[in-house]
Write a protein that binds this ligand. Structure first.
Ligand code: MN
Length: 312
């Protein structure tokens, strides 16, 4: 058994053909009772294209308490993709950027060599929260780039009949999100209408996965339900989705990632030494900067134990 805090080496193990493999989720408390359901990384699968992290939270309804309150913490080597189905989350970072994510609007933070941010429920809120936090691993040539933050309000929708898909990262067929991306990928919010078949074009060489948020979706005669991730393999020119009642899912995918990554805490790197340096930089208040807009104390890095070990 590895120590819980050991860095984890993650390799792409893209299937060579279409398949449907269900991978269960696990729940994690991010603090103050904010519970997320994590589908990536998981036992048996660490990456789907460049996607290396998939947290789903809610639906929550709340009155007085602050549903989300993730204090300032650092990131390297990745992009954070904050996408909501209901409610609001306000982002502050060490570049001084502030933006509120809402349904249909994307908060996209490119960590590159290092950035710190907080994410929380804003004081003015709807009392609801439902959404995902996803991470995209940056390729070697881009992972040391200057950090940046982007907020997008105008994202394309594909409506071929039988439902709709809104593309928030990369492209789905000819529908291009136009959002900042550094490797071939797709991230799309999919509503299957409950009548007819929703046909979505895919890149044949990419691997894909579907996470059902609500309802049940039929694919290749298989009923896909909420809870965990359905890995779809490669070699698909498209998806034919149907549902007896309106259903909601997220589609992620991309070209199989060609480099093994090392993940630990909020860092994506290539070696244990890089992880150790990033941790020290955060603890010593170097490189990442301060999130001055956040009212409260920042998160401290957990202790670092062990060495990265390849697991499949
Ligand atoms: Mn974060």
């Amino acid at each position: 058994l590895l120590p819980k805090a050991a860095p984890e080496r993650c390799e792409s193990h893209a299937a060579a053909q279409p398949e449907i493999v269900h991978l269960p989720e696990r729940t994690t408390d991010l603090g103050s009772g904010f519970v997320v359901r994590r589908s990536l990384p998981t036992r048996g699968r660490r990456l789907v294209g460049p996607w290396c992290f998939f947290d789903l939270y809610g639906p929550l309804e709340f009155a007085k308490r602050k549903a989300m309150d993730v204090a300032p913490h650092p990131h390297i080597g990745l992009q954070t993709v904050s996408w909501l189905f209901a409610g609001e989350a306000i982002h502050h970072d060490s570049l001084g950027c502030t933006a509120t994510a809402r349904p249909g609007e994307l908060n996209l933070m490119t960590a590159g060599r290092g950035i710190a941010h907080s994410e929380e429920t804003p004081p003015q809120n709807s009392g609801r929260l439902h959404g995902v936090q996803l991470w995209v691993a940056l390729p070697d040539a881009e992972r040391h780039r200057e950090p940046g933050f982007d907020h997008y309000t105008d994202l394309p929708v594909l409506e071929p009949g039988g439902g709709r898909a809104q593309v928030f990262m990369g492209n789905l067929g000819d529908a291009r999100s136009g959002t900042r991306a550094f490797s071939p990928m797709v991230g799309a919010d999919v509503h299957v209408g409950g009548h007819g078949v929703l046909r979505l074009p895919l890149e044949t060489s990419w691997e894909h996965a579907l996470v059902v948020i609500e309802g049940e979706v039929m694919l290749d005669g298989v009923r896909l339900t909420p809870g965990g991730l359905h890995y779809l393999g490669t070699g698909r020119a498209g998806l034919e989705l149907s549902a007896e009642r309106p259903a909601h899912a997220l589609l992620i995918g991309g070209a199989p990632f060609d480099t093994a990554i090392v993940m630990w805490w909020n860092f994506v790197a290539r070696t244990a030494e890089e992880i150790q340096l990033a941790r020290e930089n955060w603890q010593q208040r170097r490189v990442f900067g301060e999130v001055t807009a956040y009212q409260g104390t920042r998160l401290e890095a957990p202790p670092l134990e062990g060495r990265p070990v390849a697991r499949r």
